[in-house]
Structures are given as C-alpha cells and as structure tokens.
Design a binder for this molecule. Structure first.
Ligand code: SF4
Ligand code: SF4
Length: 344
C-alpha cells in the first residue's frame, strides 16, 4: 500500500481528468434529495456528502437487476452465444461498507463457480472508495465493515489539509500518477488521518451487540414463536433483498420468439422473502410462512456465509431497515435474540 496526498485543487483536476477519459460512476443528488450512483459528465455533478443511496452502487453495475445471459437458436441443433457485456468503468466515492458488500459478492461469484458475466465486469472496474457518513440505520461498525481493507484501487479520506489517499493496486497508482500531482503522504498527514479516523468511528451510533451472535443464533433458530413475533408485520414484498448489497439470488427466464427458432435467456433479481421462492414442482412450498422466510434470510446473512467465508454476509448498511414498510429492523432483531435468550 502506498500513501499519497492531494490538495483541493489537485483533487478537482484529478476528477475532471478521470471524467474526461473514463466512464465515471459517482454519487449525485437527485430530485427529492436522494443520492444515486450514476454516470458523471461534469465535476459539479458529484456530491460525496451522502449518507445512503437506495441501491448499492457496485451491485447495480456488476450484477444488474435484469441481465441477458445468452442468445440461442433452435434448429437441427441448438446454437447459443453467451451475452457477456463489460466495459471499463470507474466507480468513484463508494463507502467502506459498500466496498465490503462488493467483496462478498466477489467471493460468491467466483467460489465454486466463476460467473463470467459478473467477473468480466468486475475485472474492468476501477474502484475509488471514499469515507461516507453513516445514516442513523447504519450499523456497519458492529459488522466490522466501517473500514475497507481490500477491494479498492484507491481509497480517499478527506482530512483537514487535503485528501489522504491509499493506493492499493497498480491501476490505481497509474491513474493517480497520470491524472494528478499527488505527493507522498507526510508525517503530518498521517497524524491528521489518525485523528480523522477517531472521529469517524464516533459517527456510528447504531451498535447491535454481535459478540456471541453466531452461537446465540443457533439457540434461537428452532424457537418458532420468536420468528412468528418478529415476522408478524412482514408483507413479503422482497424490498429488503433488492436493496441489499450482498443479496445475490436470481431467477433465470427463457424468452423464445414467436417463430420458436430463437430466443434469449436472462436472469433477474429474486427474493427469498417472497412466497414463490420456496415453491417447487408439485405445489410444495419449503418456506410457506413469512416467519420461515425471515428465519432463512437472517440465517443466510448471519450464519451460512460465516461458516463458508468466515464473515457475516451482512455489512450493516441499513438499507433493508430503510426500505421496509413494516419497520422490520435487522439490527433490533439481532439485539432481540440476545434479550430472548436472557429472558428464557
Ligand atoms: S441485510 Fe440489510 S443491513 Fe445487512 S447488508 Fe443487507 S441491506 Fe444492509
Ligand atoms: S421484511 Fe420488510 S422489506 Fe422485507 S419482505 Fe418483509 S415487509 Fe418487505
């Protein structure tokens, strides 16, 4: 890792150059005050002062909500052509918790099976992270996701005297060298950075206790009444899955032309919170009740992938809490597990 520093003027020059030469996706304030990651055409459009975006930026790019997988022709023999679309992009201004969400997706789409549609986009994505302020529903500090150790090319922290930059990869070093006059970080800038990190950590106010959660969860798992209680208001709408940076389930659909000779296969986001998800041929549903589905979702986030990858697959971004009309709150529910066990 290299450490560099940019002053305000150089920071602007750097970004203007990147916007001119690359497809740069960055945070922009939309109508109604909501921020979204979108193509930036002018430096003035960038607004890094955001607390949350409705959709996670990396998931939008690497695993789009609808994606063509193959074109095929049906004749004497079946011919098919993979539809793998990718182009070089810069994802700028992405928070630590969303980088950690993307790191989880990287593992999902490259472990056991390498998903070419995902990985071809990921290979061409230059990631420039930047510290963001957590929203009131963000509990990434409890999940260990408030800080990104990997998954970025450059990571920018605004400090008093300018921009402190961690350079993690050769492409990151190359664009910084080519498009800016970045200088080596000084002892003074390291001190400023450490001071900033102390104040940054104090911004996280929602701190569910997850110290013994891995074991507590197993003890609560079979308690049906607990799951019925926390899922009682769920509408089974699936919004919590759609906004989650680490939800990766998808459905595959074939659409064949009326001539019955050619067609396309696409995938689109799916949701384990919807009743159809557990429905199989013959009409049996493995998760008929909303409590069964919420139990499964929490297991996936807080147990299954801990066993597989050694880390929770929830990064604590808080998006599912914001998106839920029934006010189902994963952070509160994590605390409820502990309370329930203590009261029993
Ligand atoms: S489960 Fe909720 S808080 Fe956790 S990563 Fe997904 S959207 Fe964010
Ligand atoms: S928990 Fe909330 S967002 Fe998720 S399916 Fe139920 S009502 Fe919808």
């Amino acid at each position: 890792m290299l450490y560099k520093i940019l002053d305000q003027r150089d920071y602007e020059v750097f970004l203007k150059n990147l916007i001119a030469d690359y497809e740069l996706i960055g945070p922009k304030k939309k109508d109604g005050g909501v921020h979204d990651f979108t193509r930036i055409k002018d430096f003035s459009e960038i607004d890094t002062d955001y607390k949350r975006t409705i959709l996670p930026p990396a998931k939008k790019i690497l695993f789009p909500s609808v994606e063509k997988l193959i074109d095929y022709k049906v004749g004497d023999k079946i011919e098919f052509k993979p539809a793998i679309e990718s182009s070089e992009k810069i994802l700028f201004g992405v928070s630590a918790w969303d980088i950690n969400g993307m790191n989880f997706m990287d593992k999902v789409f490259t472990t056991d099976y390498v998903d070419e549609n995902y990985i071809s986009k990921r290979r061409k994505l230059i990631v420039i992270g930047m510290d963001a302020s957590p929203s009131e529903t963000n509990f990434s500090m409890s999940m260990g996701s408030e800080y990104a150790k990997e998954g970025f090319d450059l990571y920018i922290t605004k400090i008093k005297s300018g921009y402190f930059i961690k350079v993690a990869t050769a492409p990151g070093n190359q664009i910084l060298g080519k498009y800016s006059g970045a200088e080596d970080a000084t002892v003074e800038s390291f001190k400023e950075y450490d001071k900033y990190m102390d104040s940054y950590k104090k911004k996280f106010k929602l701190l569910p206790d997850i110290k013994s959660f891995y074991y507590d969860f197993e003890m609560i798992y079979e308690k049906e009444d607990f799951w019925k209680q926390i899922a009682k208001d769920c509408y089974s709408c699936g919004s919590c899955n759609l906004v989650c940076p680490t939800c990766f389930c998808f459905n595959v659909k074939d659409e064949i032309e009326l001539n019955l000779k050619e067609g396309t296969r696409t995938r689109e986001w799916n949701s384990c919170m919807m009743p159809e998800y557990g429905l199989v041929a013959g009409g049996h549903n493995f998760r008929p009740g909303k409590e069964n589905r919420l139990q499964q979702r929490y297991r996936c986030k807080l147990k299954t992938f801990y066993d597989k990858f050694g880390a929770y697959s929830c990064v604590g971004c808080g998006r599912c809490i914001e998106a839920c009309l029934a006010k189902i709150n994963i952070a509160e529910d994590m605390n409820s597990v502990k309370k329930q066990l203590i009261s029993n």
